[in-house]
Design a protein around this ligand. Sequence first.
Ligand code: DOR
Ligand code: ZN
Length: 345
Amino acid sequence: MDRITLRRPDDWHLHLRDGEMLKAVLPETARHFARAIIMPNLVPPVVTGAQAASYRDRILAALPEGMSFEPLMTLYLTEDTDPADVAAAHASGLVKAVKLYPAGATTNSHSGVRDFDKVRPVFETMAEIGLPLCTHGEVTAHEVDIFDREAVFIETVLDPIRRATPGLKVVMEHITTSDAVDYVAANETNLGATITTHHLMINRNHILVGGIKPHYYCLPVAKRASHQLALRKAATSGDARYFLGTDSAPHTDPNKEQACGCAGCFTATNTMALLAHVFEEENALDRLEGFTSLHGPAFYGLPVNEGTLTLAKGAARSLAGKLATGEGPVTQFDPGHPIEWDVVG
Ligand code: DOR
Ligand code: ZN
């Protein structure tokens, strides 16, 4: 197969930022994707329905003429989140999920949750109204090794939350371990998981062997190769509980390439070409559409997109490149080898 046409894809986990960065990165997503779940970790975070409505307006105002794109807004869960505000934002159709960041887990997460019991009333309301919880699944205790933080989160935070509120729909976001895949396999109902493009393409050796590669550093950090293989198997399995969430997260080069560099891989531009490469390697090109375009809408109870996207195989090319933004250059994710697939229509 050297050509494939899919229903237009969606991105179920995306960082668009704000201001100049938003203006530069939004077209990179809107060119290929019809919709995306928009992460709320701005400074200050998008906590209330009113803040989400105003962020949505800024996103739509930044969309170039002639492009169409629907931002699916989320609320950033804090210990002060008001269940009634969440319910109203959901009832109006504005908000499609609530995002749980354990405090301190990642970029702009200090307003996140420390005491999970404090947000139990919000979880109860979400379960009642069918609003999904998106989780950044890492514990933050300093004594827990960074490579174990996802597995410990599943056991000590996620599973207790799901047991206490069985009706709550949860998306385990950007999973990075076979532990997460095993948990999805063992839990049939009200559970989905997103997988990023970069976690399908790199493992921790890519970050650390032969010199440190800041543009491969993200959170949760890529784990050992056996975990990467488990993710590739899950993404290409056809199991409808797995869907694409790129976690495309732009930071300028000066913010990545320094003594304490920011976490995030900017994958929006090349994600569809890279996924075609991965799915072909796994002999699963026929399952790409499910992962990018069908499973996510089914989980969120939304219609699939009407349009299509066509990918074709051509001359191998390097994906190394930078996006110019008003804040500075942003390096695009480059797997380090040529890619033959490209979006052609
Ligand atoms: O690598 C990451 N970057 N992981 C996150 O959870 C946040 C994101 C960001 O906002 O830069
Ligand atoms: Zn993210």
